[in-house]
Write a protein that binds this ligand. Structure first.
Ligand code: NAP
Length: 243
């Protein structure tokens, strides 16, 4: 039976992907800070699920991830779905720095631990959920868009490192558009909002095909295609914001 670890499975996209993998017969190890959510998930399929509470911003997160891999008896697929994001036009410093702690420091901690595991154990599939927000800097959410761009670049770098070291690691960078989850539960209106369960199914399909980059869904693929072509002088003038 194939084994997957999902960090950030206590809600939202990570939890939806977890449900899909369970239906496909995977054994999964799930993590997040909320112990009660992890226990609820485990009750649904106790024979298939191992749990571990961890906070990616804490130094012991790497050790706890390794503990979860041990509990599961190995890892074929690693998926990082933990992340936070806020609109922050007032540049509240704490919000910006917390976003960086989770989406940059926490991201490095988890992804490097998974990379090292695969390096020592003959390879595997390393996947992350970044965002289309990394395409260009968004004035309404500076830290969020910049940290997502960081994640895109970090995975490019790890792929090259893996090649240099002749490792057998496959990479998937999943970039969804707006999804109806707790992350966007701020009372604002988001256009082209997607259903989380539908996005979860799309992601498990992309993982099965080991796609290198998966922009979800097709409408966002078109948007990102044109978005990338906007010159800087025009980009700074665009009123990209939600109400
Ligand atoms: N929703 C969207 O529109 C959208 C679009 C593009 C990309 N994304 C990305 O998708 C990912 C999942 O977000 P979501 O939309 O599913 O939101 P969500 O429902 O809020 O899920 C976020 C997950 O991250 C975990 N998490 C947050 N901080 C953590 C920490 N310090 N340590 C461990 N786990 C932590 C949360 O678990 P605990 O709270 O239990 O720790 C939760 O399981 C994020 O990386 C987000 O940037 C979302």
């Amino acid at each position: 039976m194939k084994k997957a670890i999902i960090i950030g499975a206590t809600s939202g996209i990570g939890q939806e992907v977890a449900k899909c993998l369970l239906l496909e017969g995977w054994k999964i190890g799930v993590a997040g800070r909320r112990q009660s959510s992890l226990e609820n998930l485990q009750r649904a399929a106790p024979d298939q699920i191992q749990i571990q509470a961890l906070d990616v911003t804490q130094e012991d997160a790497s050790e706890k991830l390794n503990l979860l891999i041990d509990k599961l008896g190995g890892m074929d697929l690693f998926l990082l779905s933990s992340g936070i994001g806020f609109q922050n036009m007032d540049l509240n410093m704490e919000v910006e720095l917390n976003t960086a702690h989770t989406n940059v420091a926490g991201f490095i901690r988890m992804v490097d631990t998974a990379f090292t595991y695969f390096k020592k154990n003959g390879g595997g599939h390393l996947a992350v959920i970044s965002s289309i927000a990394g395409t260009k800097g968004l004035g309404v959410a500076p830290a969020y868009s910049a940290t997502k761009r960081f994640q895109n670049t970090y995975i490019d770098a790890l792929e090259q490192l893996s090649y240099l070291q002749k490792l057998h690691i496959r990479f998937t960078d999943i970039r969804p558009g707006f999804v109806a989850t707790d992350l966007l539960n701020d009372g604002k209106h988001y256009p082209l909002l997607m259903d989380a369960a539908e996005v979860g199914r799309h992601i498990s399909w992309s993982l099965k095909r080991k796609q290198r980059v998966a922009v979800i869904d097709w409408r966002y693929r078109i948007l990102v295609f044109f978005w990338k072509m906007i010159p800087r002088w025009m980009w700074k003038r665009l009123p990209v914001k939600t109400n």
